[in-house]
Structure formats: structure tokens, C-alpha cells
Design a binder for this molecule. Structure first.
Ligand code: ADP
Length: 485
């Protein structure tokens, strides 16, 4: 078990290069979801601390934006190496506060490092344009400049990688940052402060503040020094932040909720579909915004799919994340378990059939059994709401048109998946699905090289890919006249 003395477990804010407590001295407890026991505390900060962090970021911006792209590249490469050199202890810290298996936590740390490396490179390719001029005596340049102070608000389900894909492009572009990690999992966020300090980022370039989400969020939205807000979390909070940020016309990137459909057609390879379904459903115990929320399976393979999915679900090893062989950790807290129970009782009351699981796990606490519910119907809660837990509802459909219509019948549009062996259908369905990301015969599609993000109420902007740095750059058009050529 990780000791409290872990160099990365910081119980303080990181502001202007200093590790500081909240002004009031107030703290928030952080607990281990696998045991329910307190791990430690972090500062319960509010507006004043946030304002100081923003001012530190603004001061640092004046010099950071002038550093050469190669200097920033080198620091980011050092950051990448520092993350990977400490992969094991960063992963243990993550598992302790978040609950996911150590294997998944190590994977998350590795992808966090990979984002840093990717954007270290993308920073060198933030090209502008030289545009053919309509005037004989003038020339047109289009340049890219760092946007300024960026505020990043991150969630508890991927406390490291969600931060990485905001921080890395911001730093590569020449922006400075104020980060607010989720209160359930603040240590994985604060660890970035320790890492950035260790590799030599100048004071104030990265600032991290923990505490009251409402107060910190309000200061971030109202403060004119903040030029951009990047947020990953619920659609509800995202909408509120967008509305508040409108007062000072800040740029926003929003990675919000999902309601991923997973379609299996009669012509699909069912075993491959089940394999994809397991990862698309149960990663992080179902607590990701790209986790399948609704399985739609064509009548001809419905029974076989349900049976195989249930069999594979039964075999999942549930346990504390730090225990060897664990595949499914606990849910984040008691509230999450209650919500999952509500989905099950709503479905069973409306005719859903629990094929496996369906209740709290014998381990107690916030552990829940991997659950498959057959005979799902559109009037059940999970048709519209994000489950964020290990429940796989399976709907039956007859025609391709019906499946696409049901899949699109949601205000969300983040990830979707479908399985078919027919090439023409693959293109028809891919073009028919109104989503930001599509997995065709694949259940795990996130990678640093590709743009992650949603349409409709799932968000604005893209993270990863060459697109991921654009939100941190402003376009400047320069017209050079009087050349007399
Ligand atoms: P979830 O339901 O997954 O916890 P939230 O949207 O509530 O999603 O949380 C995502 C992040 O947004 C967390 O860091 C959380 O503390 C923060 N947050 C929650 N409410 C607010 C708010 N009113 N203003 C700013 N940030 C908020």
C-alpha cells in the first residue's frame, strides 16, 4: 500500500510555484473508494486562492509565451520521461483515490505521458499560412499565438489523462494554466504540479487549486484574465460554465456526457462483438463517458450475444484495484451505487430481465456486480440517461433503419460502436450515426493521435490528434502593405 509519504501525494495547492494551504486552513477529506477509509486531505480553497492562481498564471504568461517552441518541446519531453519513470507510484496513487484496477491505472498514466509527447511534437507543427495576396503591394500572413491563461476543470474518472490532454496542448502552445481537479481524486492532479516542478517548468506556468467547485468555477468564469476554459464533466455543469463564461466571451472546450450505443448486426462476428462489448462497457467499471450505455442487437444474433456477454461478465474479477488480478474496481462512491440500483429497479419494473448481476457485490462498500439486462425497452431510464456503472442493457431490433434511429434518439453524441461484416452497411451506418467518434468492429478507440470529442450536447472542441492544440491558439491575420512591389 502506498505510504502517505509518497512524493506525489501533495496535500496543498500549487500556486506560483509554491505549495500552499487554503487561506482559511479548511480541508476536504479524500477517501479510498475500495475501503471507504480516509487517505488524506486537500485544501478547501475558494475565490481568493483561485484569483491568486490566475494572477500567477497571467504573470508567467508574459515570459512563457516568449519561450521558443523548442524550449517548450524539451520541457514537455522531460515531463513525459518523468511521468513514465514514476508510472508505478503515480498509478498506485490513482488507484487509491479512484478505485480502478492497477492495470488500468498504469494504462492511464502511460496514455497521459503519451499525450504529453504528442503535443510536444504538435507544438512544433502549429503552422500558420502565407496567403496569396489580392493586392500587388501587400502581403498576407496568418500566424498562431497562444491564447493566454487557460483554466482546466477535470473529472474523477480519469484524473490524470483528462488533465494531460488539456495541460499538454496548452503548455505546448505557450499558454499558462490554472487547474481544478475533481475533489474525489485531487492527488492525481496535484501530482502534475510536483512533476512540472521537478522537470523545471517556470513558476506560475502550471497552478493547481483544489476546493469548492462552485467558488473556483465562478472565479474562473468571471475573471477577465482567463481567456479559455476547458472542461470535462457532466453536461449540466458544462452548460452552466458556458453560460457564465459568456459574460467575458471566453473560448470554451467541453467534453460532456455520452450515451454510447453499440449496434450488433446479424452479419457481425458475434465473438468479436462480445470482446469489444466487454471493454466498451466495463472499462473503469463503466465509469467513462464513452462506455456503452445501450446495446442494440439484431434479432438473429440476439440470444447468442446476450448469453455470451453474460458469460463473459460473470467471469470478471471484482475487487480492490490494488489487488492482483482485479479487473473491476468499486464505483466512485455510495451515490454512484444508488444511481446504478435505480437503473436496475426501473428496468425490472418495466419488464427488463436481469441475466447476470443486478445487485451490490458481496464485497460491500461501493462494489457492484457486472450486470446484463436483456429485453431492454426505450421507456427505460438508460435510453436517455448516462449509467456510469457496470450495467449492460440489451435491446432487440429488427431492421438497420430502426437501429440507427434508436441509436440517434438522444441529445448526446459522443462515441458509438457497431459491428457488421458488410462493407456497404458499414459505410451507411457510419454516415447515419450522429456522433463525434465511431468504432466500426472496435470497442476501444481512444488514442492520442485521433481527435476525441462529441457533437450535440456531448460537447465542443476536440482533444488529441492535430486538432487538439487548435483550441489553445488564436489566429492572427497580418496584412503588410506599402511594399511598392
Ligand atoms: P461528475 O458528475 O462526473 O462528478 P461534474 O460535472 O459534477 O461531473 O464534475 C466534473 C468537474 O467539474 C469536477 O472537477 C467538479 O468538481 C467540477 N464542478 C462541479 N460543479 C462545478 C461548478 N459549479 N463550477 C465549476 N466546476 C464544477
Amino acid at each position: 500500500m502506498l505510504q502517505k509519504t509518497s512524493q506525489f501525494m501533495r496535500e496543498a495547492n500549487f500556486i506560483g510555484g509554491e505549495w500552499v494551504k487554503a487561506d482559511s486552513g479548511a480541508t476536504i477529506d479524500v477517501t479510498n473508494p475500495a475501503t471507504g477509509l480516509k487517505i488524506g486531505t486537500v485544501p478547501k480553497s475558494g475565490k481568493a486562492e483561485t484569483r491568486r492562481a490566475i494572477e500567477a498564471a497571467e504573470t508567467a504568461f508574459h515570459s512563457w509565451k516568449k519561450t521558443s517552441v523548442l524550449e517548450r518541446h524539451k520541457l514537455l519531453r522531460k515531463l513525459h520521461d518523468a511521468i513514465m519513470d514514476n508510472q508505478q507510484s503515480l498509478a498506485e496513487l490513482l488507484t487509491m483515490e479512484q478505485g480502478k484496477s492497477l492495470t488500468e491505472a498504469k494504462g492511464e498514466i502511460a496514455i497521459s505521458a503519451a499525450y504529453v509527447l504528442w503535443f510536444a511534437e504538435e507544438g512544433r507543427r502549429a503552422y500558420g499560412d502565407v496567403v496569396p495576396s489580392p493586392w500587388a503591394d501587400r502581403r498576407i500572413l496568418v500566424t498562431k499565438e497562444p491564447t493566454g491563461v487557460v483554466a482546466a476543470i477535470t473529472p474523477w474518472n480519469f484524473p490524470s489523462s483528462m488533465l494531460s490532454r488539456k495541460l499538454a496542448p496548452a503548455l505546448a502552445a505557450g499558454c499558462t494554466t490554472v487547474v481544478k481537479p475533481a475533489s474525489q481524486t485531487p492527488y492525481s492532479g496535484l501530482a502534475w504540479g510536483a512533476l512540472c516542478e521537478e522537470v523545471g517548468f517556470p513558476k506560475g506556468v502550471v497552478n493547481i487549486v483544489t476546493g469548492s467547485a462552485g467558488e473556483i468555477g465562478d472565479e474562473i468564469c468571471a475573471n477577465p484574465l482567463v481567456k479559455k476554459i476547458t472542461f470535462t464533466g457532466s453536461t449540466e455543469v458544462g452548460k452552466m460554465l458556458m453560460a457564465k463564461a459568456a459574460a467575458t466571451v471566453k473560448k470554451v472546450s467541453m467534453e460532456l456526457g455520452g450515451n454510447a450505443p453499440f449496434l450488433v448486426f446479424d452479419d457481425a462476428d458475434v465473438d468479436r462483438a462480445v470482446e469489444g462489448a466487454m471493454v466498451a462497457k466495463y472499462r473503469n467499471s463503466g465509469q467513462t463517458c464513452v462506455c456503452t450505455n445501450r446495446f442494440f442487437v439484431q434479432a438473429g444474433v440476439y440470444d447468442a450475444f446476450v448469453e455470451k456477454l453474460a458469460e463473459a461478465s460473470r467471469k470478471l474479477k471484482v475487487g480492490p484495484g490494488l489487488e492482483d488480478g482485479t479487473q473491476q474496481g468499486p464505483l466512485i462512491d455510495g451515490k454512484a451505487v444508488e444511481k446504478v440500483e435505480e437503473f436496475v429497479s426501473d428496468a425490472t419494473a418495466k419488464g427488463g430481465r436481469v441475466v447476470t448481476g443486478g445487485k451490490r457485490h458481496a464485497l460491500g462498500g461501493s462494489f457492484f456486480e457486472p450486470t446484463v439486462i436483456a429485453d431492454a425497452k426505450p421507456d427505460m431510464m438508460f435510453m436517455k440517461e448516462e449509467i456510469f456503472g457496470p450495467i449492460a442493457p440489451v435491446f432487440k431490433f429488427e431492421t438497420e433503419e430502426e437501429a440507427v434511429r434508436l441509436a440517434n434518439d438522444t441529445e448526446f453524441g459522443l462515441a458509438c460502436y457497431f459491428y457488421t461484416g458488410n462493407l456497404a452497411r458499414a459505410f451507411r451506418v457510419m454516415e447515419g450515426l450522429k456522433y463525434g467518434m465511431v468504432g466500426v468492429n472496435e470497442g476501444l478507440i481512444t488514442t492520442v493521435e485521433a481527435p476525441f470529442g462529441g457533437v450535440k450536447e456531448s460537447g465542443i472542441g476536440r482533444e488529441g490528434g492535430h486538432q487538439g492544440i487548435e483550441d489553445y491558439l488564436d489566429t492572427k491575420y497580418v496584412c503588410i502593405g506599402g511594399l511598392g512591389i
